[in-house]
Ligand binder design. Structure first.
Ligand code: FEO
Length: 389
């Protein structure tokens, strides 16, 4: 697509990647993604904010074909989906100067082998003038790398936020039109990328209260011309208490664990508790991450494989611990043939979350009536704890 104006003198550049289905070789992208860049032209100087993934460099090259001069290349974040085509920008504009944070400079040298002579660091709160436009830089570490910074265009009150407030959506629409779709994608994105750093994110949200923001221009997904929509959503995800939702990631090999999972779902629903089951053999991990944003409890369902949990459950437990959700309570249900230590392994994998654990319900073989009674008791105890009774 061609460059499009979002405000006078401010162009949205970048590429829509409708076909990409995986990010970091890990994160599913059901809606593709975009790599947004922005060109801000003042009366004297011009700045390019972020670039694109090298896979889409031809799109940026076409958009800049008729742009004779760029004075500043502002690198808000070193991850290659935004910075990977910066070396080309340096070739295209031999006098362009990279402006970036102090932490980003050595990272650009390491990751992209950029000549340090071409990099100027800016301090937190520093401004540069483009003539009739002023850019202010705000350090925003750990959204989601340590070097990230945001850029505020004072005259137009636009906050450029790179990954912060982003969403993995490819679309021909420049601004958010379908709020429901964007909310879901942005929540999923928050869960996958930002949730482990929610303490830092809450500080950045607080700092942004001092800025009058008429537009948020992220480097993934659509531009927010009603910024309070996404700011309010982030406040909810970061600050609000988790709700009475039980996340139930599970695997069943021969049906025994499935019987227990089904019984637990029924028993919890009968007690007014919502359950989000995820059969890990078919689960979209982004959906599981998204459910973690608001869940109060996780119950793992696992058969026993070589004395431990099923490897897919191990993987899910590792991921859940790494994402640092607001979970409070946890349990394990499952089955075994002749022995094993599945609950102990799951507990140690998630130790960093400091969860309150209920007694596991592990059953030898296919569950009997008395085993399902234990599952019902687990549901009763969980419901009582979650409701604060
Ligand atoms: Fe979109 Fe952290 O890169």
């Amino acid at each position: 697509m061609n460059a499009r104006e979002i405000r006078p003198g401010v162009l949205a550049l970048g590429a829509q990647d409708f076909d990409r289905r995986l990010f970091d070789e890990l994160i599913p992208l059901p809606d593709g993604t975009s790599y947004n860049a922005y060109l801000v032209s003042g009366s004297e100087k011009t700045a390019l904010i972020d670039a694109v993934d090298p896979e889409k460099i031809h799109v940026l090259q076409a958009q800049l074909r008729d742009v004779e001069k760029v004075d500043y290349m502002i690198v808000q974040h070193v991850e290659q989906d935004h910075s990977g085509s910066v070396p080309w920008v340096l070739e295209r504009y031999p006098n362009v100067q990279i402006l970036t944070s102090a932490k980003a400079k050595p990272m650009l040298v390491d990751h992209l082998h950029i000549d340090p002579e071409r990099i100027t660091t800016v301090a937190d709160g520093e401004t540069i003038s483009l003539g009739d436009k002023t850019l202010e830089f705000l350090y925003a570490p750990w959204v989601h790398w340590p070097e990230t910074m945001l850029t505020y265009l004072r005259e137009e009150k636009i906050m450029f936020t790179c990954d912060f407030f982003g969403s993995h959506i490819a679309s021909t629409e420049l601004f958010v039109t379908d709020k429901e779709r964007v909310y879901e994608a942005a929540k999923r994105y928050y869960a996958e990328i930002m949730m482990p750093f929610k303490t830092m994110i809450s500080k950045h949200l607080k700092r942004l209260e001092d800025y009058e923001i008429s537009m948020i221009a992220p480097s993934h997904g659509q531009v927010y011309d009603e910024p309070e929509f996404i700011i309010d959503a982030y406040r909810h995800w970061v600050l609000d208490e988790p709700r009475n939702l039980v996340l139930l990631p599970y695997v069943s090999m021969h049906g025994s664990t499935q019987v227990m999972v089904d019984h637990l779902i029924t028993a919890l629903v009968d007690r007014g508790i919502e359950v989000a089951p995820f059969n890990l053999t078919v689960t979209d991990l982004g959906k599981l991450a998204e459910a973690l944003v608001e869940a109060k409890t996780v119950v793992f369902g696992t058969p026993t494989v070589l004395v431990g949990p099923h490897p897919s459950v191990v993987s899910a437990a590792y991921l859940i611990a790494a994402l640092r959700p607001k979970l409070k309570y946890a349990g394990v249900i499952g089955s075994y043939g002749w022995g094993g230590k599945a609950p102990e392994t799951i507990k140690s994998l998630t130790a960093a979350l400091k969860l309150e654990w209920l007694d596991p319900v592990m059953v030898k073989g296919l569950p009997r009536e008395e085993d399902l009674l234990r599952v019902s008791e687990l549901a009763e105890e969980l419901a009582r704890m979650m409701k604060g009774e």
